[in-house]
Design a protein around this ligand. Sequence first.
Ligand SMILES: Cc1ncc(COP(=O)(O)O)c(C=O)c1O
Length: 294
Amino acid sequence: VLVTAGAQQAFDILARSLVRPGETVVAIEDPGYPPMRVAFAAAGARLVPVPVDQEGLIVEQLPSDAGVICLCPSHQFPLGASMTMARRRALLEFAHRHGAVVIEDDYDGEFRYDGNPLEALHAADRHDLVFYVGTFSKSMLPALRLGFVVAPAWALPAMIAVKNCLDWHCPSWVQAGVAEFIAAGHLTRHVRRMRNVYRGRRQFLMKALTQNFGRWLSPIPSSYGMHLAAIAKPGVDCDLLAQALARRNIRIHSLRRFYFGQPIENGLIFGYGAADQQQLEQGLVALHDELGSL
Ligand SMILES: Cc1ncc(COP(=O)(O)O)c(C=O)c1O
């Protein structure tokens, strides 16, 4: 395990260790998490967007020359699918056959609402090709800048060398504090408590979207995390909506900004990690207002 300054530094270290500039093909989910692809682009990767559906990344559409495959199998970002077992098997089989490695970004795996968290893709890896990236940004707080990579032993020496070049190590006192917090059981209790809080917000949001926004939006059910995606009906310009709401001090993202290639779906991403029910309600009233005046 290599401790990193958040998942973002893990992506940077992996990119610097695995990418041969101008040569390595890195397959990324589209839509996906822009900061992750930025790390690979900065290392000179040839990025290839791969579409996702309700079963996760579409394995048949991976480029045969992919050297690195990046994805969020537990909770696809931002659309929300959990990758099916069949797809997971196909992905590991593809990677093994093509000599590719897989980067599993499990950014919010602690927050599953329909049962225990799914087993990581990493656990099914028999060929030492999966890098599991975790973070404390969602389970604790992003300002900690603490994350980690569970890496195959063959890759660790290069990764440690990169980490040393970047900043030697994450602050020891932060690591020691978090270790103690975990060992005393506080993180488990915190996650359990927050899972109930987020579950309540998610149910509230889902109900409101289904009951009051059906003319404009279809929310995508998903069982993880702190955000929900909703696909917009034709004629709803989500970029303009997001701008109009920003002028009212309400942050909501248009789905289009998460695409690397040509956007396929038009929609909105609702975050409920930092907004309580009252703030969500205010945001929804403003959104209803804006939609009504389209
Ligand atoms: C898809 C995804 N991956 C990773 C992260 C975590 O990033 P970090 O640990 O750098 O804060 C986030 C945070 O928003 C995310 O949405």
